[in-house]
Design a binder for this molecule. Sequence first.
Ligand code: PMP
Ligand code: GLN
Length: 412
Amino acid sequence: MPVRTAGAWFPPCPSGAGTIHLVSKDPTGGRLAPFATTIFSEMTALAVATGSINLGQGFPDADGPVEIADAAIAAIRAGENQYPPGPGVPALRQSIAAHQRGYYGLDYDADCEVLVTTGATEGIAAALIGLCEPGDEVVMFEPFYDSYAASAAMAGARAKMVTLEAPDWGWDLAALEAAITPRTRVLLLNSPHNPTGKVFSLEELAAIARLCVERDLVALTDEVYEHLVYDGVHVPLATLEGMRERTVSISSAGKTFSFTGWKIGWACGPSALVSKVRAAKQFLTFATGTPFQHAIAVGLDAGERLIEPLRRSLRDRRDLLCDGLCALGLETFRPAATYFVTTDVASLGHTDAVEFCRTLPSRCGVVAVPSSVFYLDPAPGRSLVRWAFCKRPAVLVTALERLEALRPVGAQ
Ligand code: PMP
Ligand code: GLN
């Protein structure tokens, strides 16, 4: 079955073909003005326009397990095509509850503590809209996944950052303590972390949990890469003492099963918090694609049998791309998880990641993402570039061959 390129139906505006705006600003203003176009749409449009290999937007270029695809087709043929219950079909909510119990020992009532969302993106937006009042603050780590600041803005809340520092992506506890004020309502934690690939350690999680309890914060965790961990272990924040009752955990089937276009995500937490997420969700989308929910229930029930082969193959692809980037002379921060690797292009003499990524298609026929867009103040990420390795090995090999053009003249 041919694999379509994500974004191929979303061509760049003819007048702007091939130009990167890099998160265009809407000149007409408003609170969403800084978020006019996501970096991922821009970079995929650029890859399509220039015929480049897309190591920018994180989506696999091969489909997930056939038995999950077949389950979606069977659900469609069985007539599962009308609105499902708003909170999600019971079979999927039960599979999610069983997944949380089986992997992490977390018990959730499938009826009132589990909510199916249209991807993690909607789960995060609905959580921030449902949990924050205008003027509240949301503390998070930067670089951050791009939807967080936009979703906080939609909720009328203010995003406050604590910076993860390369090369180990460590952070300063005093900075986190200082970022939390009486207006802080939510601490948003993404582990495993996009774009760095960091898996927060138990020690780091314990410090975060202690602050959430002491300062009476709700924790919102984005765990979409929970199953794509190669070094270390993913520990959900909700499993730490005092955290289950104050945590909304978000995840998604897109990464785990390589069906990013199906947009099946979920939120788990105590009913008092999940009911607020549900209140927002029911007026954002009301409900989420019925046949895909049935199919993802099949995937979750199969568990490691379907998940482990993808994890193993992604670990190999991580090593392939990291070794190749490193051999080009790029400072490469090998990720412990996710399907992204960050490099510092200053090691090849490029000080501006935006400029580097803007010219990369014409120089090499490859697209990557400037990590500076994942910071509120781009300074710490000025020369950092993110590359996705969720592509077929042959595609990564070709990309690396093309990137040879980056090698300084005279270098071997
Ligand atoms: N959070 C992170 C950290 C991500 O990388 C992504 C990208 N998929 C999402 C959320 C969005 O997930 P979904 O496609 O399920 O909305
Ligand atoms: N999560 C994917 C990434 O980081 C992109 C998702 C999207 O395009 N919104 O590349």
